[in-house]
Design a protein. Structure first.
Length: 409
C-alpha cells in the first residue's frame, strides 16, 4: 500500500470512533493503515458497532484496549472519557451511521463515543455510511449540514452498490481514501494538527490592593507567534499576562495576572500540548506578602522581602513526558553565552535569544532573534515582530518534525 508522506502522521494521536453499520469491518483496515505509519490510534465503539465487529479485533490491530462503555470502571481507569476527549489530535468516526450523526447533532451523550465528542474541542471528521435513502433523507441531510456549519468535516459517502442491494450514495469511502483525507488534514500547514501552548506578556506581582511589580513586556512577540502558529494549522492555547492586545481569532486565551497563576494554567493545559513556547516575561520573584488594603504613605516599608516564583519553562521541560519546548532569553549583555547557559540549564530543545535595547525586544514593534539548538545557530535579523514570528514558526516546525522523526525511529 502506497503511503503519501507518512512522516506527517508519525506521533499523531487519532481517536477512531466506530458506530453501528456493516461497513465497520473496513475500519480494521483503516486502523491498520494508520498504525503502520506510526500514529497512535485509540478506538471507541458504540454498542451498535460491536454487533458488526468485535472490539478484540481492533484491540489487536491498534495495541490498545477498545472503549465501548461510559460506565465501565475498568475502561474509565485505563483512560476515562474526558482524558480520551483531550488526548486526541483528531477524531474520525468511520463508519458514521445516520443514528450516530443525529446524536452528534443533538448533542446527545448516550454512548461513550457521543460523550467523548461532546466533551472534546478536538476537530471531528465523519465518514458516513448508510443506506442511500437514509443518507438522502432531509433529516440526515439537515443533521450533516448543521454539523458541517459547526466545523465538522464530512468525508464521503461514496456512491455504488450497497450491502442491502440498493445503488446510490451511502457507501463508506475506502480505507485508502479515508487515509488520504487524514494525511491532507495534517498537511494543511507546517504545524497542522499540532497543539501549541504558549505563554505571553508580562506578569504582575501584587504589593497591595492597587500596586504591583511588573515589567515592560507588551506581549506583542507572543501574540505574533500565536497568530503565525495558527496560520500554519496549529491549535493554539495562549496563556497571557495582562496586555492591551485583543485575542487573535481561532485562539483560545486564558488571561492571568501573576506568575503563579500562569504556572497553574500552563500545568492544567500542558498534558494536551505537543509544543510549549515560553514567551512570557515572568517575574522571577514576588513580594512575600500582599497588603489587603492600599499601603499609606507613612507606613510604606523600607525594604521588601521577595520569594521565588516557579520557573514555568523549567517545570514543563522537566516533566516526565515534556512537549517540545521553545524558550526565550532576553539579555542585555553577553547575549549568546548567557542564552546557551540558560538552554542547557533548563534542558530545552530550542531557545530564541534576543538583545534587549531601546529599539528591539521589550515593548517594541521590532525584534531580532538568534535560535540556539543542538543543531547550531540561526540568526533572524531585526524586523517586525509579525514577520519574525513567521520565520520563527517556520524553523520551529522544521526542528519539531525532525525531533519527532528521531523520537519515533
Ligand atoms: N521563564 C518562565 N518562568 C519563569 C522565568 C522565566 O517560564 N519564572 C521562561 C521565560 O518565558 C523564557 C525563559 O524562561 O522563555 C527565560 O526567561 P528569562 O527571564 O530570560 O530568564 P530567567 O530564567 O528568568 O533568568 P534571568 O532572569 O536570570 O536572566
Amino acid at each position: 500500500m502506497a503511503h503519501s508522506d507518512p512522516q506527517i502522521l508519525a506521533g499523531r494521536r487519532i481517536l477512531l470512533g466506530v458506530s453501528g453499520g456493516i461497513a465497520a469491518y473496513k475500519t480494521v483496515e483503516l486502523a491498520r493503515l494508520r498504525v503502520s505509519v506510526g500514529c497512535d490510534v485509540r478506538v471507541v465503539m458504540t454498542p451498535g458497532a460491536t454487533q458488526f465487529i468485535g472490539p478484540l479485533t481492533l484491540q489487536a490491530v491498534t495495541g490498545w484496549p477498545v472503549s465501548t462503555d461510559t460506565f465501565d470502571p475498568q475502561q474509565e481507569a485505563a483512560m476515562g472519557h474526558i482524558a480520551l476527549a483531550r488526548w486526541a489530535d483528531l477524531i474520525v468516526i468511520a463508519p458514521a451511521s445516520a443514528n450516530c450523526i443525529a446524536g452528534l447533532h443533538a448533542g446527545q451523550a448516550d454512548t461513550l463515543l457521543h460523550t467523548v465528542c461532546l466533551a472534546s474541542t478536538t476537530p471531528l471528521a465523519l465518514a458516513p455510511a448508510m443506506n442511500s435513502q437514509m443518507w438522502q433523507h432531509p433529516a440526515t441531510q439537515a443533521n450533516i449540514q448543521a454539523l458541517q456549519q459547526r466545523g465538522v468535516q464530512c468525508w464521503g459517502p461514496a456512491e455504488g452498490v450497497q450491502a442491502c442491494g440498493d445503488t446510490g450514495p451511502g457507501r463508506l469511502q475506502e480505507p485508502t481514501e479515508l487515509y488520504q483525507h487524514i494525511v491532507a488534514y495534517f498537511t494543511r500547514g507546517s504545524l497542522a494538527g499540532c497543539h501549541l501552548l504558549l505563554t505571553a506578556g508580562p506578569t504582575r506581582e501584587p504589593l497591595d490592593a492597587v500596586r504591583y511589580i511588573g515589567n515592560r513586556s507588551s506581549g506583542k512577540m507572543g501574540y505574533a507567534i500565536a497568530k503565525a502558529a495558527a496560520a500554519q494549522g496549529a491549535r493554539v492555547t495562549l496563556v497571557s499576562g495582562p496586555t492591551a492586545l485583543a485575542c487573535p481569532p481561532d485562539i483560545t486565551r486564558h488571561q492571568v495576572q501573576t506568575a503563579q497563576q500562569m504556572y497553574d494554567q500552563v500545568m492544567a493545559q500542558v498534558s494536551e500540548a505537543d509544543i510549549f513556547v515560553a514567551c512570557a516575561a515572568v517575574a522571577d520573584y514576588r513580594p512575600e506578602t500582599c497588603a489587603e488594603h492600599k499601603i499609606k504613605k507613612g507606613t510604606v516599608p523600607r525594604s521588601l522581602t521577595m520569594v521565588p516564583n516557579p520557573d514555568i519553562l523549567a517545570a514543563v521541560a522537566g516533566l516526565p513526558e515534556p512537549p517540545y519546548c521553545l524558550g526565550f532569553a532576553a539579555e542585555t549583555d553577553q547575549v549568546l553565552t548567557q542564552a546557551e547557559t540558560k538552554r542547557k540549564a533548563k534542558k530545552i530543545s530550542l531557545l530564541a535569544a534576543n538583545r534587549v535595547s531601546a529599539t528591539a525586544g521589550f515593548d517594541a514593534d521590532e525584534n531580532a532573534l538568534t535560535l540556539l539548538s543542538d543543531q547550531g545557530r540561526i540568526h533572524l535579523p531585526q524586523q517586525s515582530k509579525q514577520r519574525l514570528a513567521q520565520q520563527l514558526i517556520h524553523h520551529l516546525a522544521e526542528q519539531y518534525h525532525a525531533y519527532l522523526t528521531i523520537q519515533n525511529s
